[in-house]
Ligand binder design. Sequence first.
Ligand code: ADP
Length: 266
Amino acid sequence: MSNADQYLIQEQPYYRPTADEVALFEAAYAARMPVMLKGPTGCGKTRFVEYMAWKLKRPLITVACNEDMTASDLVGRFLLDASGTRWQDGPLTLAARIGAICYLDEVVEARQDTTVVIHPLTDHRRTLPLDKKGELVHAHPDFQLVISYNPGYQNLLKDLKQSTKQRFGALDFSYPETAVEVDVVSHETGIDPKIAEKLVQIAHRARNLKGHGLDEGISTRLLVYAGHLIAKGIAPRAACMMTLVRPLTDDPDMRDTLDAAVATFF
Ligand code: ADP
């Protein structure tokens, strides 16, 4: 298996389009435009990139960003081994070399001095300087950069700089509309669509509380978790407490409110 082949997605990922995002992404890829996927956690951004990488037959290299990540974690570093020092490409460099789609998940988590290393890859230069190694990598013609970004978490201290933001075309993501979300939850877990519909209704209640005591609503991912537990024979109410209420908040009043919402459906 070649280096690139191991990053190819062999089987079609299940993805239900919610608008014209597939056509827009295809056009952006054809133009090799960097793309930013904006939306709350667990609403289908990662699944969408997997689907698009499969559809476009490109390898996909995903990096989960965090605040301890340094530029070297993306670009690469020298390692010491028995024969001396050896350069090891980081995931971004590897993606640029093999013509993969590089997906930087939650890029805002990374420090700004880390984020700027992507700049020369996102404009006409399409290059990545490996300063420590003294090499300038010219990105493979098929390389594309995709980042995800959750606007809900941002504050003045933690946001992408305009100079970074304005290097991307952006697609807005949000939780799928009811019928699609019901399909997603029942398809992913095998539960009856009528039960899935109730889970989605509970999520709608919680999503209305965003900004009124909740930082985020119940995500599609959590609904899928609830569905998995129910499919394993757990009583729906207990499954919902564990997956839809407890992860979301520690506030006792808010938990009571959400528990009550669950109780009206199950
Ligand atoms: P994000 O990257 O936005 O945090 P994910 O892509 O991991 O979220 O989505 C979480 C889960 O939600 C997926 O594993 C999948 O089961 C489900 N999901 C959400 N939206 C869709 C969709 N449009 N089609 C198929 N599955 C979806």
